[in-house]
Design a protein. Structure first.
Length: 241
């Protein structure tokens, strides 16, 4: 499988989680300036829902390492013709080096794309609120990337973080409606602690993006949209205005 001349076939390591992957694919379509089918991005998707839980491994609650499984998925995508790979999962970011080591093609990470989007959105940004899984917080992937950009990270307190995890695991991942109101309240407290914007740094939370925007006036930067736009550009398609 190959992309047309001047375009890049992009492989998607999906299933982390399944609904978030479907949402990511929809956002790639929406963020592409296309008047015909042929002007859209060519993608090949490996929806590997059986990839071991990233948060459980990062927190030492599971010995099943998701890294080799995601790396094998990337290799499958490259064999199918992908010349770039995207990984639409924030908690998978610590495993990116394992994927890069075997892919042999550029691998787009969601964390850097999201931080770059936040810097573009908010001139003079100094502190950034992060809504993410316990695994992402513990791995400090956003802390480190934001620090490289000269920014400080603000994360929820223990009770608010438990609320975020419940929305992610007990609601969205379980196929239930997510409580955007509870999430908005946590975002309010992050802004109250000095955050100039709030990152939806978990792809399950991105599913609630539009509903959340109706509940808060704060600047919300969506990690799925950030990676979707980077994917459109990498593929050589036109980004929507």
């Amino acid at each position: 499988m190959t992309a047309p001349q001047g375009r890049t076939l992009v492989g998607v390591v999906g299933g982390v989680g399944p609904l978030a992957t479907a949402y990511f694919l929809a956002r790639v379509v929406r963020l592409t300036d296309a008047a015909t089918d042929q002007e859209h991005v060519d993608l090949v998707v490996h929806q590997r829902a059986s990839i071991p839980d990233r948060t459980a491994f990062l927190l030492g609650r599971s010995s099943e390492d998701p890294g080799p499984v995601m790396a094998a998925c990337a290799q499958d995508l490259v064999r199918l013709g992908a010349r770039a790979v995207v990984l639409p999962c924030n908690t998978a970011e610590p495993f990116l080096p394992q994927v890069e080591a075997v892919a042999g093609v550029p691998v787009l990470g969601i964390v850097r794309a999201t931080v770059e989007a936040a810097v573009r959105r908010v001139p003079g940004l100094q502190r950034v609120g992060v809504l993410a899984t316990d695994g992402t917080v513990a791995a400090r992937t956003y802390h480190d990337e934001l620090a490289r950009a000269g920014l400080e990270t603000v994360v929820p307190g223990a009770e608010d973080q438990a609320t975020v995890m419940s929305v992610i695991y007990d609601q969205v991942k379980a196929g239930l409606p997510g409580d955007a109101g509870a999430l908005a309240a946590v975002a309010d407290r992050l802004v109250g602690a000095g955050a100039g914007c709030v990152l939806l740094a978990c792809t399950e939370l991105s599913v609630l993006h539009d509903e959340l925007l109706g509940l808060t006036d704060h600047v919300v930067v969506d990690s799925v949209d950030s990676l979707a736009l980077a994917t459109v550009l990498r593929a050589g398609a036109r980004p929507a205005a």
